[in-house]
Design a protein around this ligand. Structure first.
Ligand code: FHN
Length: 426
């Protein structure tokens, strides 16, 4: 009896979320992509104190509206941004179309509070970026904040920005209609879009967000567009990727994420390159290239992507610290890309010494941190046919036992990752 009920419930749940072939293909593309560039850029960049500055400094809506009238990123050059992304080896860009401050970084008919109608800049940077991305084969995703510190209909308020002069009333259904109309614009006026990266629902997780309607709208407008929700919860029907913030899949050192890991959806980790998302002029906590390579490798070893963030300056330029690290990662990927792109999690879960990735019968053993000449990797689930160093192709000694495979490592030369290619088979 019980199993019959479960069967019925199971097929009902599947029926609600039956995924068409083009979206499944887009999910596979996403899982192959492995490396994306996150961009947080908006009016907040002007104050050089991160994207939460409006909330943190309790800036009144009227003052922030004035600040927005001065936003004029005359040095913004979409081609240069995309050229940097290309050099870095990223396969997609995810950019803030509207962050929690409620300012639209694109031309929208839903409010004049947007970069074309409200600022002296008068250009739509998302359109320019979309054109440059399409020309260079990089997919563009739009970050879209469901939380809004400016819109009067974002009511009742959630956990944030209580003291900024908004009215104590509003019409929630009008707010949802506003969001859906903006999403329609983003999915209609910018060519093929990779998907929408939602954020901010955590501000009031129990509000009637009517996600089914919004997700159906997105998938109806662009059937291959992915819905990526940063709500820090288990994925729901209609969602395509499980994303983790500042942590590898399943980890929760930042206090945001759930420990649940989807077994069917692609995974992603979003990460700041220093300690801020939006431009922060005093933040010098830049991660080293070695650390960033480690994140990329460990994300891939967990079966996920790394979405690595930059916060461009208010004039549209990108600080040299970001540029240098992206260039170094791109150089690293030129050699080590085959052990990252289009791989899936390897047979041995990430360890303190490193991680494994795999493509078909080939397992890539990534040795990030191991001082000894021998490394007991563990069972690979198949016999080893051959093993060699990815760089130089020199053979690597190996021994197999009931406990798994032990590798004789090439000497460390100070590189962030020693990659051993292990060819397996029956
Ligand atoms: O509040 C935002 C934050 O500003 C940033 O956009 C990050 C990116 O993952 N997400 C939110 C916090 O969960």
């Amino acid at each position: 009896m019980m199993s019959a009920v479960l069967l019925v419930l199971g097929s009902a749940a599947q029926g609600r979320d039956s995924v068409p072939a083009e979206r499944l293909a887009a999910r596979r593309w996403f899982a192959d992509a492995k490396f994306g560039l996150f961009i947080h850029w908006g009016v907040y960049s002007e104050l050089g104190a991160g994207e939460w500055v409006m909330h943190n400094r309790k800036i009144a809506v009227s003052d922030y509206e004035w600040l927005a009238t001065t936003f004029n990123p005359t040095k913004f050059d979409a081609q240069q941004w995309v050229a940097l992304a290309k050099r870095a080896g990223v396969r997609y860009i995810t950019i803030t179309s509207r962050h929690h401050d409620g300012f639209s970084m694109f031309k929208t008919a839903q409010t004049s509070y947007n970069i074309v109608d409200w600022t002296p800049f008068r250009r739509d940077p998302l359109k320019e970026l979309a054109d440059a991305c399409h020309a260079s084969g990089i997919k563009l995703f739009f970050y879209y904040s469901q939380l809004d510190w400016h819109h009067p209909d974002y009511w009742p308020r959630g956990k944030t920005a209580w003291d900024n002069g908004r009215p104590d009333h509003g019409d929630w259904s009008r707010y949802l209609a506003f969001m859906n109309a903006q999403l329609t614009e983003l999915l209609s006026g910018y060519g093929a879009i990779g998907g929408i990266w939602f954020d901010g629902m955590w501000d009031k997780p129990d509000a009637p967000w009517q996600l089914d309607t919004t997700y159906a709208l997105i998938h109806g407008l662009q059937p291959a567009a992915l819905v990526i929700p940063n709500h820090h919860q288990r994925p729901r029907p209609g969602e395509d990727v499980q994303t983790f913030e500042q942590d590898l899949p399943g980890a929760n050192s930042a206090g945001f994420n759930t420990s649940y890991i989807s077994e069917s959806l692609p995974l992603e980790t979003s990460l700041t390159m220093n300690d801020s998302w939006g431009f922060n002029i005093t933040d010098e906590g830049f991660k080293s290239v070695r650390t960033l390579v480690g994140y990329l490798v460990r994300a891939a070893g967990n079966g996920g992507n790394l979405l690595l963030n930059i916060g461009p300056r208010p004039d549209g330029t990108i600080s040299p610290e970001f540029v240098a690290r992206l260039d170094s990662l791109g150089t690293w990927l030129q050699t080590f890309g085959p052990s990252i792109y289009a791989t899936r999690a390897g047979p041995v879960a990430p360890r303190s010494w490193g991680a494994t990735t795999r493509r078909g019968d080939t397992v890539f053993v990534h040795v990030l941190d191991w001082p000894d000449p021998l490394l007991a990797v563990g069972p690979l689930g198949a016999r080893v046919r051959s093993a060699y160093a990815l760089v130089g192709k020199s053979p690597v000694r190996f021994a197999e036992s009931a406990a798994g495979v032990t590798l004789g490592l090439p000497a460390a030369m100070g590189e962030p990752d020693r990659v051993i290619v292990v060819v397996t088979g029956r």
